[in-house]
Ligand binder design. Structure first.
Ligand code: GCO
Length: 256
């Protein structure tokens, strides 16, 4: 295949959960620029509508489906509706996630349940449904937005760290069960990028000082710098990559 086409996604349907804003929105633009038909998702229908309109104004082939990945009763009908109205999902990006920071001994049952339900269980429930179609078609790409917390802990991020660590092993579990159906399951691992989720950290001079010392590149990442790794995993360029996480972190995981 010509290298110019290797990273193209022309007319492939991509569902990106949690894509009304933040990294999910940036990742969706990257997929759309590569030719994908992007299906955006969020829990807030009004915010989602605005993002879809922005994408369409930019000339992207974009659609919006508001559903909550933590509500099992919403997931299957939503996926069936997307595949009926837009087309079979060839690329699934499990991006939806929340962060609730507190010392672990102060974490409530509700907070723990909410973080695990969104960052781990919800991604599994969506993937299981989408994979049923991918297995039938003998092809598909499932990509998770992981985290440095898929590998390391940081104080006050206990539930998030447990969930993202679970995602790391869920990727491997899916690989061993589904790679035989020509489905590639991988993750991208963002370091620190300024989004709605990390803005409280970016606004904290003490955290910023720590992060600049901890990051070999001595800077925050630019969300668009995640798109290269995403396209590798979402396109034919990554057809023999499975069970992996590509970290885009300015070198943090390489350093003590
Ligand atoms: C935190 C942040 C991180 C980032 C990202 C890092 O509190 O340290 O929320 O978890 O969001 O996941 O990879």
């Amino acid at each position: 295949m010509a290298t110019s086409k290797l990273f193209r996604l022309d007319n492939r349907v991509a569902l990106i959960t949690g894509s009304s804003q933040g990294l999910g929105k940036v990742l969706s633009k990257g997929l759309a620029d590569a030719g994908a038909r992007v299906v955006l998702n969020g829990r807030d229908p009004h915010k989602l509508k605005g993002t879809v309109e922005e994408f369409r104004a930019h000339g992207y082939d974009a659609y919006g489906y508001a559903f909550d990945i933590t509500k099992r009763v919403e997931v299957d009908p939503a996926i069936e509706r997307i595949e009926r109205e837009v087309g079979p999902i060839e690329i699934l990006v499990n991006n939806a996630g929340i962060q609730r920071r507190a010392p672990l001994h102060e974490v409530t049952d509700e907070t723990w349940d909410e973080v695990i339900a969104t960052n781990l269980t919800g991604a599994f429930v969506v993937s299981r449904k989408v994979a049923q179609g991918m297995i039938q078609r003998q092809r598909g790409k499932i990509i998770f937005t992981c985290s440095l917390m898929s590998e390391l802990g940081r104080t006050t991020t206990g539930p998030y760290t447990a969930a993202k660590g679970g995602v790391r092993m869920l990727i491997r579990a899916m690989c061993v069960d589904w790679a035989r159906y020509n489905i590639q399951i991988n993750g991208i691992g963002p370091g620190y990028f300024i989004t709605e989720m990390t803005k409280p950290l970016a606004d904290n001079p003490e955290f910023n000082s720590w992060l600049m010392g901890r990051t070999p590149a001595r800077r925050w990442g630019n969300p668009e710098e995640l798109i290269g790794a995403l396209l590798l995993l979402a396109s034919d360029a990554g057809n023999f990559i499975n069970g992996q996480i590509i970290y885009v972190d300015g070198g943090i995981l390489a350093a003590l």
